[in-house]
Design a protein around this ligand. Sequence first.
Ligand code: AGP
Length: 617
Amino acid sequence: MCGIIGYTGRGGHEAAPILLRGLSRLEYRGYDSAGLSVALGPGRGLVTRKLAGRVGALRELCERLPAHGSSGIAHTRWATHGAPTARNAHPHSDCHDRIALVHNGIVENAEVLRAALTQSGHCFASDTDTEVLAHLIEEASGDTLEERVIIALGHVVGTYGLAVLSTDEPGKIVVARQGSPVLLGIGKDEYLVASDASAILEHTRSVVYLDDGDIAVLTPDGYQVIDRSAQVQERAVDALAWDLEAIELGGHAHFMHKEIAEQPETIRSTLRGRLMGDGSVARLNGLNLSPSECAELRRITIVACGTSWHAGLVGRQIIEDLAQIPVAVEYASEYRYRKPVPHSGDGNGSTLTIAISQSGETADTLEAMRAARATGSRVVGLVNVVGSTIAREADGGIYLHAGPEIGVASTKAFTSQIVALALLGGYLGAQRGMPSAVADELVCGLSRLPDLVAQTLELEPEVQELAGRFAEAHNALYLGRGVNLPVALEGALKLKEISYVHAEGYPAAEMKHGPIALIDDEMPVVFVAPHDAVYHKVVSNMHEVRARGGRILAVTTQGNGELHGLVDHVLRVPATMPLLSPVVTVLPLQLLAYHTAVLRGCDVDRPRNLAKSVTVE
Ligand code: AGP
């Protein structure tokens, strides 16, 4: 899951600065090495600059060693094959530096191809799977670069979003998509290609989303999309909805902090135009599920990864409670290789699979959705990125409208996913006999959320204070029950992924069956304990931890004064409808992870070894 970008134009603009600005916007997709290639002009070849490290370092290198030319390609990497070194950084070339190529994806049969190409005299300069693509194009005969790319890709098994330059046709960029996201930017006298829209927005709002199998040819004079038999393909030109401000820090130190602070507004945006006071709870036109189809549903499966999987766990409880439909929540990566046992009556619309994904590009979730469809299930996407692959392939869906999420650690998408799942649960429930009193309570509960979230974020100074204790810790335990167990899991994931403190989320009652052995006065224990039906059970678990000298931080409901003497610190969040409580109880945990990471001097927005959207297996 790397980021690729390409630029060609006849406006006399230098490509390198444009590529570097776009690359810095793509850096959340991978940031262990970077590089670019620029075509110097007819008969003057290509120049490549690449290194291990960030886009900032590449910019400095290009300032020292400028690369002049009006067309080029660039890449920021998340290593899959070959260590993050300068040698393995993209772009990769053929034996005679006549071709330069950047790639996001995996060439699964790279070793076989490499052996064959080495056999026929090709010399490889890197350990990557990608380099075989450049040599395959070199090996291919054809009059044009696109012809040679098509021939070369005929040998390839795997996924790719790639862009290619050649000395033979300076100014031309050939692009191909199979399994990895690629879109084109259609500007005035300039054309771009990128892995996502954030790198294109400052040039144009007009974008073309490529489909699997598409080949695009960009020149300073225009662009064309063709298929593998070089037949021209018509592709819609879409308009990007958000503006540059959405992808700027806006005065915050980190995108993660900005996105945490945005949640009152992003939740309002997820609700906008959807909440209905007429007993139907929600208007979800994009879902493409009629009231009768909702009534006939017999089973729901949720497939997702990471934070989206945690939102799925909350969604299960909400949908089962409101709509009385059994819901299974599956790790997408496991589901796609497991042969799900069809239930009697499966197919013909009785089963629904919900693919939850912020990016809409997570490979495992996409493939799990495709696998579910193959079993005859109807599939819908709950996605944030407009135009992403899951959104385009699903039978229907719900967009979160939470705006671009740049911080690798997902925050605002999580709360908007829960709100969207509550809208879905209410919508399904309303078609299946949910009492109107419950519908009213849900609509009221949802409409109050933006203000309650704003209130909860006022806890930040207190949380920042607490972060000091976590910054010294080596481990932490997060415990919860019921609809707040996923919040405990999410809190632990946030701390792990950005502050590198090992943390485990666990069902509070399960703690007695093992993890309680870890409890000592070094181990901070976070309890998510709002005042709900299982609150008193959670308090008993607190006593068990206290009895073993554990240090306890409790997140509970405003007005609850019972925990004095039992816990070391209490954070109180506003009361909500119990099913919606995760939207407020998670906020202090997002802030805790954020401030702990800042205190530990971690790179909050670009945590090590991670990337924002995982487009490879
Ligand atoms: C969460 O903070 C992580 N970035 C990661 O677990 C993420 O939730 C997961 O990769 C799923 O991403 P998606 O929602 O874009 O599919």
